[in-house]
Design a binder for this molecule. Structure first.
Ligand code: 13P
Length: 235
C-alpha cells in the first residue's frame, strides 16, 4: 500500500475514499454494507470531512455518493449533535459522529476507517478483551502507540455514546476495538489508516489463535518501551 498522502483535489479525495473501501473488501477486512471511511477535508476555509454514505454497498458506491460534512455541529432533532452543513445526495454514514469527533480531538489525524473485520470483531465480543483490550502478546502491538489496543465500551451503532467511548479507547492510540461491533483505525493518511486496520485484524487473528493454545505470554512494559523507541526511526 503506497502512501499517496493528501489528495490534491476534492474529486481525488472522493475517489480515494471509494478505492479505500473497495480495498477493505479485497483485503477481507470488511464486507457488504458494513464499515465506513472518511478524510479530513476543509471547504473554502470551513473545517469539515468527506465520508462514505450510509447503507450503500462499496461495489455500488461512486465518488458522487461521498458526503461532505461540516465539523461544526448544532443540536439535532433527536437532541444529539447534527452537522451544521451536510452536502450530498445521500445521508452520511451513521457513524459520522465517531469520525467527526476523532478529527475534532486529534489534530494529527487525517483519515479514519471503521470495519467489521472478523477476528477483531470476534475478540471484541469477549468479556476478556472488552475488559483488558489486546495486550502486548506480540511486539507489533506497539505500532498502535502503546502497550495494548483498548476495546471501547458497547453502545448502539451511530450514537454519540459510541463516539464518546471510541474516543476514550483511542487516547494515545491509532486504533481500538469497539465492543460487540468491530474496529476503528486512524492515520495521517487514508493509506496509513487502512494499513493499521489490516495490521490490527492480523494481530487479532494471532491473538485469537494463541488463546486457543493456552495463556499468551505478554511482553513487559520495559520491553514495549524499547520497541516503541525503535519504531520511532524504523522505516
Ligand atoms: P453506515 O452504512 O451507516 O456507514 O453503517 C455501517 C456500520 O458499520 C455501522 O457501524
Amino acid at each position: 500500500m503506497a502512501d499517496r498522502g493528501v489528495p490534491a483535489t476534492e474529486n481525488a479525495a472522493r475517489r480515494a475514499l471509494v478505492d479505500a473501501c473497495l480495498q477493505m473488501n479485497e483485503l477481507g477486512i470488511n464486507q457488504g454494507k458494513a464499515g465506513n471511511a472518511s478524510l479530513r477535508w476543509d471547504r473554502g476555509g470551513a473545517p469539515g470531512l468527506l465520508i462514505t454514505p450510509s447503507a450503500l454497498a462499496y461495489d455500488a458506491m461512486g465518488s458522487d455518493d461521498i458526503v461532505w460534512l461540516s465539523m461544526a455541529t448544532a443540536p439535532g432533532e433527536d437532541g444529539e449533535p447534527a452537522p451544521l452543513h451536510a452536502d450530498g445526495a445521500r445521508p452520511p454514514s451513521s457513524e459520522w459522529r465517531m469520525h467527526r469527533d476523532v478529527y475534532a480531538a486529534r489534530a494529527e489525524v487525517a483519515a479514519v476507517v471503521h470495519s467489521h473485520a472478523a477476528f477483531a470483531s470476534t475478540l471484541a465480543c469477549t468479556e476478556r478483551v472488552q475488559r483488558d483490550g489486546i495486550p502486548a502478546f506480540h511486539y507489533m502491538i506497539a505500532l498502535f502507540g502503546g502497550t495494548d489496543v483498548r476495546c471501547a465500551r458497547y453502545a448502539t451503532f451511530g450514537t454519540q455514546a459510541l463516539s464518546d467511548h471510541a474516543l476514550h479507547a483511542l487516547q494515545a492510540r491509532l486504533a481500538c476495538l469497539l465492543a460487540n461491533h468491530g474496529l476503528l483505525a486512524v492515520g495521517d493518511s487514508l493509506e496509513r489508516a487502512l494499513a493499521l486496520a489490516l495490521e490490527l485484524e492480523t494481530l487479532s487473528r494471532m491473538y485469537w489463535q494463541a488463546l486457543q493454545l493456552g495463556e499468551p505470554v505478554v511482553l513487559d512494559a520495559q520491553e514495549m518501551q524499547r520497541v516503541i523507541a525503535r519504531f520511532a526511526d524504523y522505516g
